[in-house]
Ligand binder design. Structure first.
Ligand SMILES: Nc1ncnc2c1ncn2[C@@H]1O[C@H](COP(=O)(O)OP(=O)(O)OP(=O)(O)O)[C@@H](O)[C@H]1O
Ligand SMILES: [Mg+2]
Length: 388
């Protein structure tokens, strides 16, 4: 199953591009489902068809659905939510609903995306296209496996044993301690997230596509998001520049300045995202809603390109060696030296970029070695390892 995630800043045209791509994939004979995980769903408006949290057939080979994050949260996180609610009530905290209880950023989106696992297991679809929430909130859960992994390895058993011992005591003072079902539930979620993260990080199965507009703030945000995705080992295989004003249509008059500005930003996009394939879509003369309009947009967007292909691959990191010195190379586009910090902790390498932190389990060839120096140039981070 091929999964493609369409992400971008708010309002750039993600839903429209994703829906149009669905139509093209279906025309190519692929069983395709377009899934919206954005809580502010607008996929049904785009297709002009009412959608639910199960796939609804749109045309031959094409289905679409809008995931209900609250339901997914309950399904996956119910026992844990219940525990925290009991805990909070025991502390005298009232008036909070279980659904409002979020443990880590992006949790709702994660559980919505978990629906993809079902499709993967059932073999029902060849292609899954995901219409994501705006970048500010998208894929934040990627930090979660790292955090929870550490927690599971270092604290989990201790806490579980401590809970067993303390439960009879704390009962009397009215503070509930988690039952084993809470720990089981947490373990379960962790296993699922790990399995799912490995699907997300496998470029032969999952890639991300940026949707953006030729505007400064949109480009900047996309740059930041690209660094973040690279840090977490996800593969971006294309950028789609939407709402390009056709220069021949607006050489003079009110929009002529916009045209010049956009052309400048288009150059910046070409330069800064290269060698990523870049697709352009013009600003149409009307809203692009409904099957016919989306078909038109898909034609302009992809031409003869098959959107189900992996359009660009770049491995997360590579290891090379010469004369007993090993170098781990990582692509971190748009990151400057001041923003990167590195720590080695035994077999783990901790990379901190701005506010993001990633713990990388070192490949076995490097695990016994010591990182001695690092250089960052043109978005490529090289870390040198020597015999420990
Ligand atoms: N190339 C285009 N030409 C004309 N109209 C467009 C184009 N692309 C998108 N639109 C219109 O712009 C509006 C917003 O697009 P869309 O809903 O796809 O953006 P979005 O990025 O999904 O927004 P949100 O972040 O709110 O989810 C829609 O009405 C859509 O029809
Ligand atoms: Mg949208």
């Amino acid at each position: 199953m091929r999964t493609i995630l369409y992400t971008g800043k708010g309002g750039v045209g993600k839903t429209t591009v994703c829906a149009a791509t669905g139509i093209r994939c279906a025309e190519l004979g692929k069983r395709t489902v377009v899934v919206s995980t954005d809580t502010a769903h607008s996929l049904s408006d785009s297709f002009d068809v009412e959608l639910h949290d199960e796939p609804t057939k749109i045309t031959e080979n094409l289905w679409a659905m809008e995931v209900n994050p609250i339901e997914e949260l309950k399904k996956n996180w119910g026992a844990i939510q219940d525990y925290f609610m009991t805990f909070l009530r025991a502390q005298g905290v009232e008036g909070m609903e279980a659904e409002e209880f979020i443990l880590f950023p992006g949790m709702e989106e994660l559980f919505s995306l978990m629906r993809l696992k079902e499709f993967d297991e059932s073999g029902r679809f060849d292609v899954v296209l995901v219409d994501c929430a705006p970048t500010a909130g998208t894929l934040q859960f990627l930090t979660f496996p790292d955090v929870i992994e550490w927690y599971m390895e270092h604290l989990f058993d201790i806490e579980r044993k401590a809970a067993k011992v303390l439960r009879p005591v704390t009962k009397h003072v009215g503070i509930p301690l988690p039952e084993d079902s809470v720990f089981d539930s947490l373990e379960d979620v962790y296993e699922q997230v790990r399995a799912f993260a490995s699907i997300l990080k496998d470029p032969s199965r999952t890639t991300i596509r940026f949707v953006l507009n030729p505007e400064k703030m949109v480009i900047k945000e996309t740059h930041r998001f690209y660094s973040y995705l690279s840090l977490y080992g996800l593969t971006v295989d294309a950028a789609i520049v939407n709402r390009v004003i056709p220069p021949e249509e607006a050489r003079e008059g009110y929009f002529s300045k916009w045209v010049r500005l956009q052309q400048e930003y288009l150059r910046l996009i070409e330069e800064s995202f290269s060698p990523l394939p870049i697709f352009k879509v013009k600003l149409f003369e009307r809203e692009m809603v409904g099957i016919e309009m989306l078909k038109r947009l898909a034609g302009e967007l992809y031409g003869d390109v098959d959107p189900t292909g992996v359009l660009h691959t770049e491995p997360q990191f590579t290891v090379s060696s010469s004369d007993g010195t090993y170098t781990l190379r990582m692509h971190l586009p748009f990151v400057t030296k001041e923003r990167v910090e590195l720590f080695q902790r035994g077999e783990e390498l901790v990379v901190v970029v701005g506010t993001y932190k990633r713990i990388i389990a070192l490949p076995t060839t490097l695990a016994g070695r010591r990182a001695t120096k690092s250089t960052l140039k043109d978005g490529i981070l090289d870390i040198t390892f020597v015999e420990g």
